[in-house]
Write a protein that binds this ligand. Sequence first.
Ligand code: RI2
Length: 308
Amino acid sequence: MNVDDTAVMIRDMTIRGAGRIARAGASALSDFAGSYEGRDMRAFRKDIEKAKKKILGSRPTAVSLWNGVHATLRGVEEAKDVGDAVSMIQKNAEEFIANSTRAVELIGRIGSKRIEDGDVIMTHCNSSAALSVIKTAYDQGKHIKVYATESRPWRQGILTVNDLGKAGIDTTMIVDSAVRTVMTEVDRVFVGADTITSHGAVINKIGTSQLALAAYEARVQFYVCSETYKFSPMTLSGDTVAIEERSYEEIVKKGEIPDSVKVYNPVFDVTPAKYVDAIITELGVMSTGSVYDVLIRQLGGKIFQTEE
Ligand code: RI2
């Protein structure tokens, strides 16, 4: 699919979910490179840079998109000609897509060990990583019950309950404001992530931090299911994560409230590391304190941005 259409579909959430938008970005850049007709390397660099900016400008919060795009363009600076750059991009994208898809499966297998027969689970929004854990545990024959939040305003909970319900899992949908009431019945919470900072704070769908607080209060285990490409290298040098705000029309219809009333629609929130029991990744289950280590290894020891 072309870059412009992909950027529009990510922005309007036709393609959504932190993992899916990263794979879509990688695939669009690969298609762009594959259909490039020019042979001038300088022009190619400029054009691919423009394409990269379009994809990255589509949604600001999930670092998965940034990491997917950069993994796809790795090495292009050193390519000797356009043909070389194109095959690098195609190979990188293919690898990124295959690895990120496999990571979701691995997270499912690793995370399912944390679920016991008879567990009552709560999840929020629609995370393929969290659903992989829950569905794998169910497929292993564990009897589980799942509470899934509606996740206003986009109501991604509808996707979640459809997926779980069709899989045969005992599923109950709740409104977001029922989280604290229901938490007393829950054994474990599993949510996804859009970005995890170097000190283990989790940026995920708005309302995640409420689940975390309610779980903390009720002494319920709170797990974040996240591929390691959702770890943000920029946060190592102190960058903060931009929280996307979307249109008021996702919350109220035009004319439903007076024009003088403002509507604030942040779509992600930050859960501090202290409320997270563990992060389930494709590398294994880790504490929030281990995110720093994984990032350093991913970056080959190069930690801080310098002026050079
Ligand atoms: P997976 C989603 O964002 C939700 O916040 C979800 O928890 C997160 O991406 C991770 O999803 P949105 O695109 O990568 O619905 O686990 O705003 O599928």
